[in-house]
Write a protein that binds this ligand. Structure first.
Ligand SMILES: *[C@@H]1O[C@H](CO)[C@@H](O)[C@H](O)[C@H]1NC(C)=O
Ligand SMILES: *[C@@H]1O[C@H](CO)[C@@H](O)[C@H](O)[C@H]1NC(C)=O
Ligand SMILES: *[C@@H]1O[C@H](CO)[C@@H](O)[C@H](O)[C@H]1NC(C)=O
Ligand SMILES: *[C@@H]1O[C@H](CO)[C@@H](O)[C@H](O)[C@H]1NC(C)=O
Ligand SMILES: *[C@@H]1O[C@H](CO)[C@@H](O)[C@H](O)[C@H]1NC(C)=O
Ligand SMILES: [Zn+2]
Length: 361
């Protein structure tokens, strides 16, 4: 529980920084007519909330509670590690170990997972993207002085932090387009296809093992984490599904949820997120005058009150609409239904230019 709490606090903190759109979770601020029957997202005042049962698409690996982590062998010297919430990957080569990400919640357990697999040192560390919840354990590898590799956008952002984060040392190697990590007998292909979850978020592919890695974009078997995984650029996030499908992989390692994915999971989430987009566009284009009327009337001169009510009403209509089709298909669709719809509503307004009530006057 503590872990889950930490995990969401981190994501929210980072989300606030990344999108500049902090979500407010108190539920009684939108004044709506009873007929609209809004079920505003559950907040701290509703701690006993019981979400829908998890469907069979959720297939988490069993984690030995005394160890607190699980290591899965993907063949050809590739391993994935999970603590239940966070995942990462490492590759054992003839010359040393390549590690992809170092989530702080896995932390020292990642050193144990590697240490129980090989005696070779970690020589290379790849940052999938800049977020601390995926690479904030990087300095645990300081002692073996790995070559840290990341996209230039990742380095640029880490370099602007003042002070620099000692837990996320600046990368030694950066690149703009593609980069191949070759160590001993192992090859990991890194490629960049524009901003999605964040600028600099990498597609990673191990051709010999047919394993693909993409963090915080696809959540196999589950609905996306809050605010579409705290997405920086939603159009890029949606496009990333198609980009991932161009890779020739059998196994997909995601940054979250204790299960691996396949192309089926990518297609499934693509359908979900496109449905969410269409439903939110439909909500924005609908008539919300009655639903927001009382808020407008109660707050004369307050220019933030109307958009606040509009965003929340549109997001709730969209969430209810989409959830009805996806409950029982993806795990926990209901948990972040509002937050995901809220992020989509804002994306439609300013990234896609589906202006709804804000169209050209
Ligand atoms: C590379 O070498 C490691 C260590 O000997 C071995 O475990 C792995 O299977 C090899 N992988 C490939 C793709 O040759
Ligand atoms: C192997 O794993 C155990 C339990 O996680 C840990 O205590 C031990 O230090 C690990 N060994 C190495 C060499 O990392
Ligand atoms: C990478 O940079 C760090 C400092 O950020 C340094 O400690 C480490 O030795 C460097 N690694 C290599 C292989 O140059
Ligand atoms: C790891 O190395 C970085 C860069 O040299 C340094 O800033 C940081 O303090 C070190 N962290 C630890 C835990 O040793
Ligand atoms: C639900 O969304 C679909 C598009 O996905 C739309 O056609 C339909 O009108 C929406 N229904 C409501 C009640 O908003
Ligand atoms: Zn992230």
């Amino acid at each position: 529980m503590q872990l889950i709490r930490m995990f969401s606090v981190l994501f929210l903190a980072i989300g606030g920084l990344a999108c500049g759109q902090p979500l407010v979770h108190d539920e009684h601020e939108v004044v709506v007519r009873d007929s609209v029957k809004l079920k505003i997202a559950p907040g701290p005042s509703d701690p006993q909330i019981q979400f829908a049962p998890l469907p069979s698409a959720v297939d988490s690996v069993a984690i030995d509670p005394t160890l607190g982590y699980f290591v899965g062998n993907l063949g050809g010297g590739v391993y994935w590690v999970t603590d239940g919430s966070y995942n990462n990957m490492f590759m054992v080569s003839t010359h040393g170990v390549i590690v992809v990400d170092a989530p702080p919640t896995i932390g020292h357990k990642l050193l144990y997972a590697i240490g129980n697999t090989t005696r070779l040192p970690v020589t290379h560390l790849v940052y999938s993207h800049l977020h601390a919840d995926h690479i904030g354990g990087a300095s645990l590898f300081n002692a073996s002085h790995p070559t840290i590799i990341a996209h230039a956008e990742t380095r640029n952002r880490l370099a602007t932090l003042s002070p620099l984060d000692p837990l996320r040392p600046l990368p030694n190697v950066t690149f703009e387009g593609d980069y191949t990590v070759s160590v001993g007998n192992q090859t990991l292909e890194l490629s960049y296809h524009g901003p999605n979850h964040t600028p600099g978020n990498l597609f990673m592919y191990a051709p010999a093992q047919r394993v693909a890695v993409l963090v915080d974009v696809i959540f196999p078997g589950w609905a996306p984490f809050t605010e579409l995984g705290v997405a920086d650029f939603v159009p890029g996030l949606i496009a990333a599904h198609d980009v991932l499908l161009t890779f020739d992989f059998d196994v997909f390692v995601a940054g979250h949820v204790a299960q691996l994915g396949t192309k089926h999971d990518v297609l499934q989430q693509k359908k979900y997120i496109e449905d969410l987009r269409d439903s939110c566009a439909s909500a924005l284009n609908g008539d919300m005058t009655d639903a927001i009327g009382p808020t407008v009337a109660a707050n004369p001169g307050n220019v933030w009150a109307t958009p606040k009510a509009l965003f929340r009403v549109a997001a709730q209509i969209c969430a209810d609409n989409t959830t009805s089709r996806w409950l029982g298909v993806l795990g926990a669709v209901d948990v972040f239904a509002f937050e995901n719809a809220y992020r989509m509503v804002n994306s439609l307004l300013i990234e896609y230019d589906v202006p709804g009530p804000f169209s050209v006057a």
